[in-house]
Design a binder for this molecule. Sequence first.
Ligand code: PEP
Length: 255
Amino acid sequence: MRTPLIAGNWKMHKTVADTVKYVKELRLLVRDVTGVDIVIAPPFTALHAAAEASRNSHIGIAAQDLHWEREGAFTGEISAPMIVEAGAAYVIIGHSERRTLFGETDPSVNRKLAAAFGAGLTPIVCIGETLDQRERGDTFGVLDRQITQGLDGITSEQVVQLVIAYEPVWAIGTGRNATAAQAEDAHGHIRKRLQNWFGADGAERCRVIYGGSVKPENIGELAGQPDVDGALVGGASLDVKGFVEIVSRSRGAAV
Ligand code: PEP
């Protein structure tokens, strides 16, 4: 039985002060919520403040990216041990904005994944097709390539710790979410591939969450699908009450 996970990706939003205010409110609002893992991903500058403000709660903190080296001459980059020291337990890797705007590739995703596991972080690896790739009938081909190259070298023990976020690029920030059937179709495919490559146990235990215009109105149906284990939420996670609505309406949550 997989515990659903709802993660809020704030992208380049919120100052330290905004973050502390949000986390204080969030921890009160989700105090009695069980059966779902709750994670927020603030910008790097607010990671430590978020971790401090969420101390002794069941809110997890994620970084939005990392560099694969521990340290070195990589101006502007942040390493896995730095993220751990800041108090985060999760890291998002290969978000489509990183791929499209900053040249992230499947091989770089793979190096980052190894660094995350090496530091004891739980990776949330994002995969998903563009609209053009979907319309060409290449959705599963793209997912297969991203999984094969991105997860290359990871073990069946590690896949159990991994979170995969299926995020169709055409659904991110557009207000147009995948239908529950489209999401289940892709998640079912991903799980089948995980089964081929990592065996039945790893595939059964790896969480595959959906991302792309998730909001309180659509989370119930999406998270109600058998292979959808929660959501990565962008825009709708910025408002704490809306985010809590999404958490409460996700499969498995009990208030
Ligand atoms: C995201 O940034 O991962 C995302 C899914 O964004 P949104 O929910 O705004 O579509």
